[in-house]
Design a protein around this ligand. Sequence first.
Ligand SMILES: [Zn+2]
Ligand SMILES: [Zn+2]
Length: 228
Amino acid sequence: MNSNLSFQLSIVFDNKCVEEGFLPGFGFSVLIYNFSSQDYLLFDTGGNSKTLLHNISKLNVDISRIKKVIISHNHSDHAGGLEGIYKLNPNIEIYVPIANLIPYKKAFFESKVYGISELTIIGKNLYSSGQFGQHSTKEQALFLRTKNNEIIIIVGCAHPGLEKFILEAQKLYKITAIIGGFHGFDKFSYLNGVNVIGACHCTKHIKLIREQFPNQYQRICVGNSFLF
Ligand SMILES: [Zn+2]
Ligand SMILES: [Zn+2]
């Protein structure tokens, strides 16, 4: 195995684009293999368990190999599939914004549930951005640190504003990739210097992003895998 590899990202839930054999559904989820710790984590869980479990099974990954689940925010298109993962593998660590800690602890009492407030190391080369958002919806993003000391941002819906997560990640290292839902984000100058822009799910301005960053824009489909 190539020892220079840091992460493999496989899209297992999205509503914009789906490869043959995979199922579509409204929501977002990425299955991540961490080459450093040699285990899997899941970022968000899409809108329902059935679609999520089908898409993960298509990648031949056993649910028992998933050690951590990061829930970006408590909307059903991101947390809807968690129950199905939990039923098959309650022995997981679940990371939620601290605002959502108590209901998740109750619902997933067999798992270790952690509430995140600040930028936090949650595993080898893994960080939570910390909880952002001024109103009722609190959200965290996932930062993956590559072996070249660059950051991949995985983001759910970016309700607090994608630039909040970008600014937080920039405190650590240079950002090489951003993948996920950008919501209404239009402050495109924040994307300058980012090599891979994988805007999907709820991104309102995909067309503009593709036009402004034709070489950086990456189409994201369920069933696609990306190596870093
Ligand atoms: Zn949302
Ligand atoms: Zn969403």
